[in-house]
Design a protein around this ligand. Structure first.
Ligand SMILES: Cc1cc2nc3c(=O)[nH]c(=O)nc-3n(C[C@H](O)[C@H](O)[C@H](O)COP(=O)(O)O)c2cc1C
Length: 158
């Protein structure tokens, strides 16, 4: 079964983008098509694209989404589209040093997407920058496992 994965990237200093690039390389094999989109120019209409969505975002400020993700996040909150057809996953980046707001960037997207009726596939990944583990390495294994779950879910629905 052909699956299209839209990776939406929220980043300040490029780490999430690097993870997205690694995930695109790992997943894009003909049967799985991957489109990686920086969140900069996006609004909530992006969720009308064909395929499933992978939110790949870091956290900034005091538990905020990165600057380039702000417009998309605010548009979802303001327009509140019905996203009941949307299936998504979250690969979040953060740092446990920020104990009170650890990985809130990914959490904020997860919360609003669920609120709007979208269904998450798999657990939200929460990378910790102070763990010493490189996120782009974790990303490979995580995304392959996630795609397996996506395929399982879509074949149940077919
Ligand atoms: C100024 C600043 C604020 C941050 N705030 C948070 C935060 O509130 N919660 C969190 O989990 N991580 C926080 N982080 C950590 C980043 O999310 C983490 O380093 C991430 O890997 C950066 O990814 P990026 O390069 O894609 O932006 C912060 C980092 C900086 C530099």
């Amino acid at each position: 079964m052909e699956v299209t994965v839209n990776i939406l990237v929220g980043t300040m200093t490029g780490t999430a983008q690097l993870c997205a690039q690694e995930m695109e390389l790992a997943l894009d094999d003909g049967e799985t098509k991957v489109a990686t989109l920086m969140m900069d120019a996006l609004d909530s209409t992006v969720f009308s694209r064909e395929g499933v969505f992978l939110i790949c975002t870091s956290t900034y400020g005091q538990g905020d989404v990165p600057d380039n993700a702000r417009a998309l996040y605010e548009d979802l909150k303001a327009r509140r589209p019905d996203l009941s057809q949307v299936r998504y996953g979250v690969f979040g980046l953060g740092d446990r040093t920020y104990a009170e707001t650890f990985n809130f960037g990914g959490k904020r997207f997860d919360d609003i997407l669920t609120e709007l009726g979208a269904q998450r596939i798999g657990e939200r990944h929460t990378h910790d920058a102070s763990s010493g583990v490189l996120p782009e390495e974790t990303a490979l294994e995580w995304c392959q496992d996630w795609l397996g779950r996506v395929r399982e879910r879509l074949s149940q629905a077919a």
